[in-house]
Design a protein around this ligand. Structure first.
Ligand SMILES: *Cc1c(COP(=O)(O)O)cnc(C)c1O
Length: 560
């Protein structure tokens, strides 16, 4: 006879092993929970914290419906995809009678929720190569028929990283209409396979789970979504506890998914995917690795040899990865972190690498009543340029600046252009300067100075920036002290929708937040040419000032 309070609790709970919900942030390198290494865009206001939130905040429901390409009545918001899993179990599985199907090795929470709810667990294990065994799945669905309420299929699967064959899903949905076919797409953003959300209209028994925890850097905020036929969603909403989406959560999500922020998420995903390729190739050289499984997600499943030694090294270096040896011998899962974090992990795995310095990336989010701006720059890779300010001529100028400055620039702004272009131009300049300053950090190795006058690596055509009848001269010093000198007179007031007076103002604002001295002289007869020559010239001057050679800080004071 068990002791109090076990003797008064439900039997299913007493014998049950608690779900291991890891969490927290320490000084260790966390590559064990598939989180994002980057912080989401920040929020500040506490307005309406005194009021209960809506059960399903309408603005958030609209935003997520839009994000996933479905309509608001087709979604339920919960505290992570985890809560959607729990609500599914509680809505559809009668304790002691019904069952769920899972395909291990897979995400552990399906089994946990089923055990708490008292639902039976039917297993259709993945094959030895971790592909889904469709014949086995179908035979189980056929055998248990209507009492098998939910089939959980995870794609890409955690922890194996592979995706399900998309052709199979319509067949399963059509052939087993009494069973909910749930596709857990927690990692869909990392995969090139199309999401199954587009098939929701066709199949009333198809349920898709999505989360903001992985690709959108919001694991700590807790927001996930179930997507299904509104009749399914309405049943689930009866079970969802009151007020699951706290106001700070609503704010944080609306901010992190603001239209201006989206290009930054896209740029991060691109880097994430290229790091996944880099890690899976580099780890092959590790003495601890027997095999690395292909992955469509933000982690790699590793088959490890000499495990105890590896664990010692990882512990010594405070690097956490996820141990899956309880599931399969020798298996570990490592999340893909930032390039710098990945380099630390590679070193611990004993991969001899040429010393690769982390790329200098800087981001800034700036939101006021007048503008909403997200900027991301990469000074060591000029491959990505995506600019949208709502002012065509300004986009073109910023593109020139990035192109000639040889840096990547993702900048998007939703500004009050119905008033005029002033706030948009000024605030983008301020945000860009801040992002560039963040990327530069302590400026170790950076050239500091730049001119459009002769330099070894500039051809004679670059001595000045000529543009038809116009000539611009630009000099830059990343001194840490803002200053701006502009000499030039524009013959007209506007270039397209861009007021000429905003040209010097742009450089003034940029100098402020970048902490640079910018000097510009321009002569010409055409306002468009003159402004363009200034932006190009500044780009040309910034390129050598940003360029990193060695470690030295280019100042006798030792700081810049
Ligand atoms: C992380 C994860 C979840 C949970 O996501 P949350 O939204 O953070 O609750 C669900 N399913 C799988 C497969 C996961 O890996």
């Amino acid at each position: 006879m068990s002791k109090w309070p076990e003797n008064i609790a439900r039997k299913a709970i007493v014998g049950f092993k608690a779900y291991n919900a890891r969490g927290g942030a320490s000084n260790a390198l966390h590559l064990d929970a598939n989180e994002s290494p980057w912080a989401p865009p920040p929020v500040t206001t506490t307005d309406e914290f005194n009021r209960y939130p809506q059960q399903q905040p309408a603005n958030l429901r609209d935003r997520l419906a839009n994000l996933y390409g479905v309509s608001p009545p087709q979604i339920m918001l919960g505290r992570g995809a985890d809560e959607a899993i729990e609500v599914l179990l509680r809505t559809f599985c009668e304790a002691g009678e019904d069952s769920i199907l899972i395909c291990p090795p897979t995400f552990g929470y399906y089994e946990t929720c089923a055990s708490i709810q008292g639902a039976k667990i039917i297993k259709a294990p993945l094959r030895a190569d971790y592909s889904y065994d469709m014949d086995l799945i179908k035979s189980k669905l056929a055998k248990y028929d209507a009492s098998l309420k939910i089939a959980f299929l995870c794609s890409p699967n955690n922890p194996t990283g592979n995706s399900i064959d998309p052709k199979i899903i319509p067949e399963l949905c059509a052939d087993y209409p009494q069973t909910l076919i749930v596709i857990d797409e927690a990692y869909a953003e990392f995969s090139d396979q199309e999401s199954f959300t587009s098939q929701i209209e066709q199949f009333p028994n198809l349920v898709i789970l999505r989360t903001l925890s992985k690709a959108y850097s919001l694991a700590g905020v807790r927001l996930g979504t179930a997507i299904a036929d509104p009749r399914i969603i309405n049943l689930m909403l009866k079970v969802l506890p009151p007020y699951p989406i706290a106001r700070p959560v609503e704010r944080a999500v609306m901010r992190a998914l603001s239209p201006a922020s989206m290009p930054v998420h896209t740029a991060r995903l691109k880097l994430w995917k290229s790091e996944r390729i880099r890690m899976s190739q580099a780890l092959k050289a590790s003495p601890y690795i027997k095999c690395i499984y292909p992955s469509d997600a933000n982690f790699l499943l590793l088959d490890v040899i000499n495990e105890e030694r590896l664990l010692k090294v990882l512990t010594k270096n405070q690097i956490k990865i996820r141990d899956f040896r309880n599931m399969e011998p020798g298996k570990f899962r490592i999340s893909i972190g930032s390039p710098k974090e990945n380099n630390l992990a590679l070193a611990a795995f004993g991969v001899d690498m040429p010393v690769i310095r982390a790329q200098r990336i800087g981001e800034e989010y700036r939101k006021t009543k007048e503008t909403d701006i997200a900027v991301r720059v990469n000074l060591d890779n000029s491959a990505t340029t995506k600019i949208s300010t709502g002012i065509g001529f300004y986009d073109h100028m910023l593109e020139s600046l990035a192109k000639h400055g040889r840096f990547s620039l993702v900048l998007s702004c939703k500004g009050d252009l119905e008033i005029d272009a002033h706030h948009t131009i000024e605030d983008c300049a301020l945000a860009l300067g801040t992002a560039l300053a963040r990327a530069l950090g302590n400026k170790a190795g950076a050239g500091r100075f730049g001119f459009t006058l002769p330099e070894e690596n500039f051809g004679p055509q670059d001595i000045l920036v000529p543009m038809d009848e116009t000539q611009a001269r630009v000099a830059v010093d990343l001194s840490g002290r803002p200053a701006m000198v502009f000499k030039g007179k524009f013959p007209t007031d506007m270039a397209g929708e861009f007021p000429a007076e905003m040209c010097p103002h742009f450089f003034e604002s940029l100098a402020q937040t970048l902490g640079a001295s910018i000097q510009i002289g321009v002569e010409g007869e055409n306002t468009h040419h003159m402004i363009e020559a200034c932006f190009k010239g500044l780009g040309r001057a910034l390129a050598p000032a940003f360029e990193r050679k060695g470690e030295e800080i280019a100042s006798t004071k030792g700081v810049l």
